[in-house]
Design a protein around this ligand. Structure first.
Ligand code: ATP
Length: 371
């Protein structure tokens, strides 16, 4: 798939921007702080309903404006679709497809798929478990957009369950009247149902992603592997029903402790993905260069996986070449050069490897101008 046109209104530093795009490589070049990343961030947002830089939407709306609008015309094979999101911080976002009446934002998932490489990716290897969960879950949703609903159900139930547990814990601590916990059984069932589905999809993802990531690592850093991805968290069975029953039982066992601590202690929100390099975990052991290769290998594997499943994503390389040594830079460029669409940002043209020849825009003073 590829984006044929990107429009922004009041998104980040842009009052307005209209950017025609074609297949192949497009590079956005310009000095620091001119809005190159803002452009590709908008593309990533349309694909994932999230930014790779910030957790909340507020910074995405131009300072002084009430809302931002991001729109992209997306072509997959013969089919073109116009996808549009309106970001309303503090209120519900809105979405439209082909200028239809409003749909839920998550209904646009799957129209555009992206795999985005950014300097922040180092946190996939070096950062907290939450970084790896987010990586896995974004990919779970890119493979099966209906999983966005399951994920948001899980998060909603978790929040409500946590607030009930918190009130119970507070009441205990302050010796007050007990909190009515009769609804906890129902929350447990909901949490286990959505949790089992998420867990099953994560496990399925890792089983196919691991070998692809290992292959990508070998191409980026020959002889440096092998690499393996291991799920870290209770896996109480293989089938969906076993996972459900196991999670439910684990919640039952943890209940006393949960009421004491006021928080949900069991479920996929606590899990991690162990990234192994050779015999050792990458986190805490891999060098800076190895960590970079690992992060790139994960993204390349994500690209290969979606492509092999018939959804070749748009590749976005936000400022990554400047972070890499010459060898990794050349290998990465070769590996992505043949993709249907590659969007690259760089401060200077020398940071875009020669094999990534293509269209160029200069980005300065809020203007995006074809070169
Ligand atoms: N919500 C916002 N409203 C107005 N301006 C914003 C907003 N968010 C970010 N900016 C501005 O956008 C600019 C940063 O843009 P961006 O991150 O795209 O830079 P860049 O061209 O990729 O730079 P670099 O090469 O340093 O990565 C900053 O000047 C910042 O002040």
């Amino acid at each position: 798939m590829h984006v044929t046109h990107l429009s922004l209104a009041d998104f980040r530093s842009y009052a307005r921007a209209e950017v025609p795009l074609g297949p192949g490589v497009t590079a956005f070049l310009g000095p620091n702080g001119q809005g190159k990343t803002n452009l590709v961030e908008a593309v990533g947002y349309l694909a994932t309903l999230g930014s790779h830089r910030v957790a909340a939407d507020a910074p995405l709306v131009r300072a002084g404006a009430q809302r931002a609008v991001v729109r992209a015309q997306v072509r997959q094979g013969e089919r073109e679709q116009l996808v549009e999101l309106e970001l309303n911080p503090g209120r519900a976002n809105r979405a439209r497809i082909n200028r239809s009446s409003q749909v839920r934002p998550r209904d646009v998932l799957g129209i555009l798929r992206t795999v985005l490489f950014a300097p922040e990716d180092l946190a996939l290897v070096k950062g907290d478990p939450g970084e790896r969960r987010r990586f896995a879950d974004e990919l779970v949703v890119a493979r099966a957009p209906r999983m966005a609903g399951v994920r948001s159900d899980y998060e909603r139930v978790l929040k409500q369950r946590n607030s009930l547990l918190k009130s119970a814990a507070m009441a205990r601590r302050h010796g007050g009247r007990g909190v009515d916990l009769s609804t906890l059984d129902v929350w447990d069932q909901h949490l286990a149902r959505a949790g089992a589905e998420l867990l099953a999809q994560r496990l399925d993802l890792l089983a196919v992603l691991g070998p692809l990531a290992d292959k990508a690592y070998e191409r980026l850093a020959p002889g440096g592997g092998p690499l393996a991805l291991e799920y870290r968290g209770p896996v109480p069975g293989a089938s969906r029903e076993e996972l459900y029953a196991g999670l439910l039982a684990a919640l039952g066992e943890a209940r006393k402790q949960e009421i004491e601590r006021g928080v949900t202690l069991v479920g996929p929100h606590r899990d991690d993905v162990l990234l192994r390099l050779g015999e050792l975990p990458a986190k805490g052991y891999a060098s800076h260069g190895e960590s970079w290769s690992y992060a790139l290998a994960l993204r390349l594997a994500a690209y290969e996986l979606l492509k092999s499943e018939g959804h070749e994503p748009v590749l976005v390389l936000d400022d990554v070449f400047a972070e890499l040594d010459t060898r990794r830079r050349a290998r990465l460029a070769e590996l992505v050069a043949g993709a249907e669409q590659v969007l690259v940002t760089a401060a200077v043209p020398e940071d875009v490897p020669e094999v990534l020849e293509g269209a160029r825009f200069s980005v300065a003073d809020g203007e995006v101008t074809p070169e």
